[in-house]
Write a protein that binds this ligand. Structure first.
Ligand SMILES: [Zn+2]
Ligand SMILES: [Zn+2]
Length: 283
């Protein structure tokens, strides 16, 4: 029993180390997809089309302006999620008793240290790995090796946890990725269809292969990101996180639900707040 527990812990440890090691590779992969797409859209197809004259030039100019604008927003939101600390518990943090609400000091509870069982009463838990108190809605990430405030999930694409402080950027990243990959899919669609026509298509085998690859990659990203975007918008609308939805903690009356508009405002607000102020809202 002890042995299998140790083996499992070792496997989880190895898995998390592997995820950490994957870090810079994922960033290179994202930049690689952006590079292939840029080459296909700007260098191969719509850049040269600028000189075709007439409606083709106008269309190419429109596609290029939109493509570059969305690319700037996509890269800005991507690196904001990568580089922003998702929010950690301040050192030696202790909960302040809320006398107005008449709640008892959670530290006096008999089950202190145990897992939270009643979703309507967010007791303070204790993280054995960090050796510190764990505020409500806070979770320990085994990849980052620390507790994260209002943790949503650990995202391998951004090599970071998505939590209270960078969730806004994560939503924007999903939004701009969907718009950009959608635009690329639509603008490369005529070129993709041309592959299956009988006529001669201009271009070297290299540029044709890049256009084909960029179309397939962007279509796949557009569809999967759309799924994530819809999922996260419905999560925010109910003020829940992926972890909370997965653990089904949010029924029947979720104490953090402030109404749709305020739930979205809170995501924006948390991104500009210090962990101490965020903790005030998590009770
Ligand atoms: Zn922890
Ligand atoms: Zn993490």
């Amino acid at each position: 029993m002890h042995r299998s527990g140790a083996v499992m812990a070792w496997n989880v440890f190895k898995f998390c180390t592997a995820l950490r090691g994957l870090g810079s590779i994922m960033i290179l992969l994202v930049l690689g997809v952006v590079g292939v797409t840029y080459y296909a859209v700007v260098v191969t197809n719509y850049g040269p089309a600028l000189y075709d004259g007439g409606l083709d030039s106008v269309t190419a100019l429109g596609v290029l302006i939109l493509f570059h604008g969305l690319l700037v927003m996509l890269l800005w939101s991507y690196f904001s999620v990568v580089l922003t600390d998702p929010g950690s518990v301040p050192p030696n943090w202790k909960p302040v008793m809320d006398e107005e609400r008449g709640e008892t000091d959670p530290l006096n509870g008999s089950d202190f240290g145990a897992m939270q069982t009643d979703p309507s009463n967010p007791r303070i838990r204790y993280c054995r790995k960090c050796n510190q108190l764990k505020p409500p809605r806070c979770h320990h990430c085994s990849v980052c090796g620390r507790c994260v405030l209002k943790m949503d999930h650990h995202c391998v694409w951004v090599v970071n946890c998505v939590g209270a402080l960078n969730y806004k950027y994560f939503l924007l990243f999903l939004f701009y990725t969907f718009l950009e990959t959608g635009l690329v899919t639509l603008s490369l669609l005529p070129h993709f269809i041309a592959f299956f026509s009988d006529g001669e298509i201009p271009g070297t085998p290299g540029t044709l292969a890049t256009t084909f690859l960029a179309f397939v990659l962007n279509l796949a990203f557009a569809l999967s990101v759309l799924g994530f975007l819809i999922m996260h918008i419905s999560l925010v609308a109910a003020n829940t996180t992926t972890i909370e939805a997965y653990e089904k903690k949010t029924t029947p009356k979720w104490r953090y639900d402030l109404g749709r508009k305020k739930n979205f405002e809170q995501v924006r607000m948390f991104c500009n707040m210090l962990p101490h102020s965020i903790l005030f809202h998590l009770f």
